[in-house]
Design a protein around this ligand. Structure first.
Ligand code: SAM
Length: 334
């Protein structure tokens, strides 16, 4: 059906789709299309202010036909219930976790995902993260391959490589939440910064402040520098460094997102924190150990002011955020 649309490059597509959805302008009766290397989203009306992309008209397929890859893929009946209901989309790459029974159908599944999502160019099987750099082990299932991509996270542009750097779209709203909490003028350290998503959110809010972001993975730091430049984050510096060797501060906020390995760094972070400052600490723990963990974190010298489960990891484990505050010393700065 011929309708109004917004035409955008694949890198900006996911951010644009989200914004159109938030504005209530995405036409859900139609499906997006890929035209001459650009993505076109069907809209019920053009947005009053167009921050990115351009207005156009295009022919869109009816969404009721096929928009879920599970409606497209053809597998034996006993395999269909095992198909994952969701997968990660990082820029133009999809990363899907498959149970062992589905591995032999990986090609069919990958092609169906590509067919259902016009903004993607490759689908990889994701065998989980491993190693010091927390890298995903990936196998190409369908598409042109290549692991470098670009995306937009709440208006922040980021380039990254899904095989050589860590990035999880599932933490995007958490990063935004922390970014919003950062006050202008804050001095922030991101100890395990990856390609810089937390640091970029912090730098945007800490306008007159300063953000130091470090990571031990050279690829991550190289992308982080590129991302700081492309977002004009002049108040952010990125360093290739082991957090165990970094000394600096004092900082008003220290972000620690290494959920399965950051525990040994909490004391170090508290030592670099200004009085009254906060550590935003993430850790993967068993749900039943929550109260015990709060007590052991407080034994390191701070006070756990708040905690919340950010996401489930297994039926009995979750990634938790702990806001650990260092007490204000009488006479010290606020
Ligand atoms: N904060 C980023 C994000 O949210 O996308 C990345 C988080 S990722 C779970 C953890 C990062 O810590 C990885 O990029 C890894 O290379 C880095 N890392 C691991 N050990 C480190 C260390 N000792 N010093 C500095 N960075 C480290």
């Amino acid at each position: 059906m011929r309708a109004r649309g917004i035409r955008i490059s694949p890198e900006g597509a996911e951010g644009c789709r989200r914004r159109l959805q938030q504005l209530g302008l995405l036409d859900r009766t139609l499906r997006s299309v890929s035209l001459d290397g650009m993505i076109v989203f069907p809209v019920t009306a053009y947005p009053a202010k167009l921050e990115e992309g351009e207005r156009c008209e295009a022919d869109f397929p009816d969404s009721s036909s096929r928009e879920n890859y599970r409606d497209i893929v053809e597998l034996p009946d006993d395999a269909m219930p095992l198909l994952p209901s969701s997968f990660d989309m990082i820029g133009t790459k999809a990363l899907v976790k498959l149970p062992p029974e589905l591995e032999r159908f990986g090609g069919e599944i990958g092609r169906a995902i590509l067919e259902a999502h016009g903004s993607l160019d490759s689908v990889f099987q994701d065998r989980g993260v491993a190693g010091e750099f927390r890298l995903r082990r990936l196998t190409l299932l369908a598409g042109k391959g290549g692991t470098e991509t670009k995306l937009n996270e709440y208006g922040l542009r980021m380039a990254l490589d899904v095989a050589k750097t860590f990035y999880s779209p599932r933490l995007a709203s958490e990063r935004r939440r922390i970014g919003i909490a950062v006050a202008p003028g804050e001095r922030v350290l991101d100890m395990f910064a990856g390609v810089g998503p937390f640091a970029l959110h912090a730098a945007r809010s800490a306008s007159s402040g300063h953000v130091v972001a470090i990571d031990i993975n050279p690829y991550a730091v190289s992308y982080m520098k590129e991302n700081a430049a492309s977002n004009s984050a002049g108040n952010m510096e990125a360093h290739l460094m082991d957090a165990a060797e970094y000394t600096g501060g004092p900082f008003d906020r220290i972000i620690m997102n290494l959920p399965a390995g950051g525990a040994g760094f909490v004391g170090r972070a508290l030592a670099m924190l200004a009085d009254g400052g906060t550590v935003d600490y993430y850790e993967l723990i068993e749900d039943r150990n929550l109260e015990k963990r709060i007590l052991s974190l407080e034994a390191e010298g701070g006070r756990v002011e708040s905690h919340r489960k950010v996401k489930s990891y297994s039926p009995v484990q979750g990634i938790y955020h702990f806001a650990i505050r260092k007490a204000l010393n009488r006479g010290a700065r606020g």
